[in-house]
Design a protein around this ligand. Structure first.
Ligand code: NA7
Length: 530
């Protein structure tokens, strides 16, 4: 690596890292992006399993910082498939000439803050180092794969694929007996594809998940033209909603609605499809009785879609709808009507072992040729704590966060001067449409770097009191309603030994964006400059 001292090192060349590079260049700062993959795209570079696609509608899952970019790009489907989103990322890299400042195939292992020089030095796995004044982890919320702890996993003799680390070469399931472990979003997207190709597919399900149909199809040209004619208005409307999506959220109570009104509202949302299903009523995530009504509507749909009543019942989630990440599916439940698909429940009787040729559950061996692991991520914190980050006085981030993270606005941490995180814990991040949220964080960070440059500051650091006050508020908001009741990755509950702490900010986009703006308006309140 180069011995030059940069103004900014950015780790990650996903949508966050790419846009930040563009912004810091405009400030006249020198920057280097370091990326573990061989190309741009972040999550869309790694998650290339069959059926991978965005479950936010394409017209909303795109950059808005450049009106020309937003006008010139056309999506082919209502929900973009992964290869098309990756093409979009590559187009952005070309259009803004980003690649010349990105170093690919380099995974950062450690970062040290040198207090006397007020600089960060990053060390890659290959031993190379890069030094800069400022350091930004643009490493994504869902990028550190979570491997299940199952005896014998590494002894399996056939190919093993993790959905988050899918090979770049084509994978064929023809003539194979395949096992999928997990039934989260990645599994729900990939299972219909694998089932169509494999000889036999066995799905090992620990927790059934709620999914609403995508009703995907070619993007309606008239709709595209209409949105493009009023893109700015749509983006502005989206910023007034809790999740940053242009969806109308009802304030009505489901408990006060008649059964006919309930059915009509849920059916309307079911037919529209997608993540907006829970917008039908205002109290679905506040009251268990209200939530049960929505849950029962989806269970009835699952029972109608799946022929075998026993399988249908096993596929019916019994937990709070919307507490775990909602899924959007294309033919998922119908897949269980195929003769070559078997569902095996492993709730309360975990997978005992993986042998060289089988998955063993309750003393029975399910013989397989190929194993697909769809067990998700060490979400929100994993990509940050897997790098050995040492701040002031050698403070180690992973140690500091052993009992759960703390952060000021999901942007910065006390004792880690000049380090920013994009969509870090304590920011709305995964509770929102990620691309606009990334842009808001990048804009904020770029603004802060510009402020430091203009005033000749060499250090910026979150103040302990401000960080604590924000974190306390964030935890208090997270405990409201039903979101915190489930064992979800939003709380770190999916990773063995991980502290159970509410991670994404649940106060909604408008309140969060307002807070970030107020901090700036008050002279970067809660930050100390040196
Ligand atoms: P998720 O949503 O975390 O799903 C992981 C799945 O794997 C989930 O069904 C888990 O069951 C299951 N799991 C995890 N460990 C095991 C073991 N040991 N045995 C059986 N089953 C297991 O990850 P995804 O990749 O699907 O989606 C992540 C996000 O990416 C998604 O929400 C979108 O935002 C994009 P559990 O529910 O923990 O019982």
């Amino acid at each position: 690596m180069s011995k030059k001292v940069y103004d900014v090192i950015i780790v990650g060349a996903g949508f966050a890292g790419m846009y930040l590079l563009h912004r810091v260049r405009a400030l006249g700062l020198s920057a280097r992006v370091i990326e573990a993959g061989s190309d741009v795209g972040g999550t869309w570079y790694w998650n290339r399993y069959p059926g991978a696609r965005c479950d936010v509608e394409s017209m909303q899952y795109s950059y808005q910082f450049d009106p020309e970019l937003q006008q010139e790009w056309s999506w082919s489907e209502r929900y973009s498939p992964q290869p098309e989103i990756l093409d979009y990322a590559r187009h952005v890299a070309e259009r803004y000439d980003l690649r010349r400042d990105i170093q690919f195939d380099t995974r950062i292992a450690a970062a040290r803050f040198d207090e006397s020089a007020a600089r960060w030095t990053l060390t890659a796995e290959d031993g190379g180092t890069t030094t800069a004044r400022f350091f930004v982890m643009a490493t994504g919320c869902l990028s550190a794969p979570n491997w299940p702890q199952i005896d014998g996993l590494s002894s399996f003799a056939g190919p093993t694929y993790h959905t988050a680390l899918w090979p770049h070469e084509p994978v064929s399931f023809k003539g194979q007996r395949v096992a999928v472990i997990g039934t989260g979003s990645s599994a729900i997207q990939s299972i219909p594809h694998i089932a169509r190709e494999a000889d036999h597919l066995t799905v090992f399900q620990r927790t059934a998940n709620y999914a609403v149909p995508a009703h995907n199809g070619p993007l309606d040209a008239k709709l595209e033209a209409e949105i493009k004619a009023h893109y700015a208005e749509m983006r502005a409307r989206a910023k007034t909603t809790p999740g940053g999506l242009d969806i109308v959220y009802s304030k009505d109570s489901v408990l006060e609605a008649t059964p006919e009104e309930q059915e009509a509202a849920f059916e309307r949302n079911w037919q529209r499809g997608g993540l907006g299903f829970m917008s039908a009523f205002g109290d679905l995530m506040m009251d268990r009785k209200a939530n049960d009504i929505a849950a029962e509507f989806v269970r009835a749909k699952i029972r109608a879609l799946v022929d075998d009543p026993e399988t249908a019942e096993a596929l019916c989630p019994k937990n709070i709808i919307g507490a775990k990440r909602f899924c959007v599916d294309i033919g998922y439940f119908e897949t269980y009507n195929r003769d070559n698909v078997t569902l095996v429940e492993v709730k309360g009787r975990p997978i005992e072992a993986i042998t060289p040729t089988s998955v063993r559950v309750h003393g029975r061996d399910y013989e397989i040729d190929t194993l697909v692991i769809a067990t998700g991520f060490d979400a929100m914190t994993g990509a940050l704590t897997r790098v050995d980050i040492r701040g002031r006085n050698g403070a180690a981030l992973a140690e500091r966060w052993a009992d759960g993270p703390t952060s000021y606005l999901g942007l910065a941490m006390t004792d880690f001067p000049n380090l920013f995180t994009v969509t870090g814990p304590g920011s709305p991040s995964v509770f929102s449409n990620m691309l606009p949220t990334i842009e808001q964080h990048v804009d904020w960070i770029a603004g802060c770097l510009g402020h430091a440059k203009a005033h000749g500051y060499t250090t910026i650091e979150a103040e302990a009191e401000a960080e604590k006050a924000w974190w306390d508020h964030h935890q208090e908001v997270g405990a409201r309603g039903l979101k915190s009741a489930a064992d979800s990755w939003y709380l770190g509950a999916n990773v063995a030994g991980k502290a159970r702490v509410f991670l994404p900010y649940y106060g909604g986009i408008p309140a969060y964006f307002r807070k970030c703006e107020e901090v700036v308006a008050n002279g970067y309140e809660g930050f100390a400059f040196g």
